[in-house]
Write a protein that binds this ligand. Structure first.
Ligand code: NAP
Ligand code: GFB
Length: 319
């Protein structure tokens, strides 16, 4: 070992679901000449420029994985559209500008498949991001995320910066947000079935159960983000998704959670609640060209592991 730190990777949003998964993968593949720093909002509120500057000054990163965001499921998005837009625009603007000022060699940011146009053809691919407005249900969040792609291209054009982004589908796994009002469907259903089983009450799934989603495990995404940081050379983003054939309905998802808990009670569908976007089927053709042999965690296995993690960590899990 030379004793000289070659690579200092700053992970914003390091305390979230994806951030924890990156920590796990980094610990598994320890590399002695790399320093990894995982930030939470307690280290710096990245929507505030001075706090963002202070954290860059402190760590002087050579590389940034930018995960920090105001994040939430359908119902949180419906409620706080403006906050999602404003806070995410601020965080993204501050992180990318400080990366430029501190000569960061590469930034990988995280988009989401909800940023694609609502009225479109399927499957979605990387060329279609700006082709029309996103679904109204997450308009603020989606537009802020879309602007990361715009910023990546502008920073490259004007300053030659090497900023890119990944576009994951719906995600899940340990350290997710299991809060019923704020979180996504899978942690929400896990929390609901846990409580229903404990109390002998029915489970209520929100909406019709008909919408379709592709789910990626946090650990799979973590491996792919690290690969993107090390190997991916394009400014244009890359979709990180399971196959189109692996898309499932929310009803099928709920049945898998019920099975993982061995829950025998009643399952009710509350159709007065919004379904959100019907589908956002994404293509992984580009990913497959780069990594033809990458294997995603099968959804049933991933759900079982997440359920077991939730039961074991019930007291401390975010909920
Ligand atoms: P998460 O678990 O909710 O974590 C969010 C992270 O952002 C936390 O570390 C949080 O810090 C940090 N953060 C929030 N506001 C901040 C602020 N003002 N200043 C500094 N840090 C702040 O989210 P996740 O699921 O890991 O998501 C990671 C990335 O993936 C996000 O960019 C998200 O948009 C994207 N994504 C997520 C999904 C999904 O289904 N989860 C799907 C597609 C894309 P604290 O812990 O201190 O609050
Ligand atoms: O995961 P989710 O909130 O996100 O909801 P989206 C997916 C589907 O699950 C919707 C249904 O059709 C909901 O009606 N659902 C059923 C539930 N039961 C529940 C429940 O208990 N909780 C939740 N949350 N949903 C988000 C976007 O959309 O996806 C964000 O709003 C982000 O911007 C994220 O992109 C990945 O897939 O609908």
């Amino acid at each position: 070992m030379s004793g000289k730190t070659e690579m200092v990777v700053l992970v914003t949003g390091g305390s979230g679901g994806v951030g924890h998964a990156i920590q796990t993968i980094v610990e598994q593949n320890k590399c002695t000449d790399e320093k990894w720093i995982f930030l939470s909002s307690k280290d710096a509120d990245l929507s505030i420029e001075a706090e963002t500057r202070a954290v860059f000054e402190k760590y002087r990163p050579t590389h940034v994985i930018h995960l920090a965001a105001m994040v939430g499921g359908l119902y949180r998005n419906l409620k706080y559209s403006c906050d999602f837009l404003r806070l995410n625009l601020l965080m993204n603007g501050n992180v990318l500008e400080m990366s430029r000022l501190y000569n960061v060699k590469k930034v990988v940011s995280c988009l989401s498949t909800c940023i694609f146009p609502d009225k479109t053809t399927f499957p979605l691919d990387e060329t279609m991001i700006h082709d029309g407005p996103p679904h109204y249900s997450n308009y603020g969040y989606s537009m802020a995320k879309r602007m990361i792609d715009v910023m990546n291209h502008c920073y490259h054009r004007q300053y030659g910066c090497n900023y890119t982004a990944v576009i994951p589908t719906n995600l899940y796994g340990p350290y997710d947000n299991f809060n019923l009002e704020d979180g996504h469907v899978l942690p929400g259903l896990i929390n609901k079935v846990y409580t229903a089983k404990k109390n002998g009450t029915p489970v209520t799934v929100w909406g019709t159960g008909r919408p379709l989603r592709q789910f990626v495990h946090f650990l799979d995404l973590a491996k792919l983000i690290i690969w993107t940081l090390r190997e991916y050379k394009e400014i244009s983003p890359i979709l990180l998704s399971v196959d189109e054939e692996d898309e499932i309905t929310i009803k099928e998802l709920a049945e898998m959670v019920v099975e993982a808990f061995d829950f025998k009670g009643e399952v009710i569908y509350d159709t007065s609640k919004s379904d959100g976007q019907f589908k956002k089927t994404a293509s992984n053709d580009k990913l497959k060209k780069y990594l033809p042999d990458f294997e995603f965690t099968p959804i049933r296995q991933g759900i079982k592991e997440t359920v077991d993690w939730f039961i074991k960590n019930y007291e401390t899990a975010r909920k």
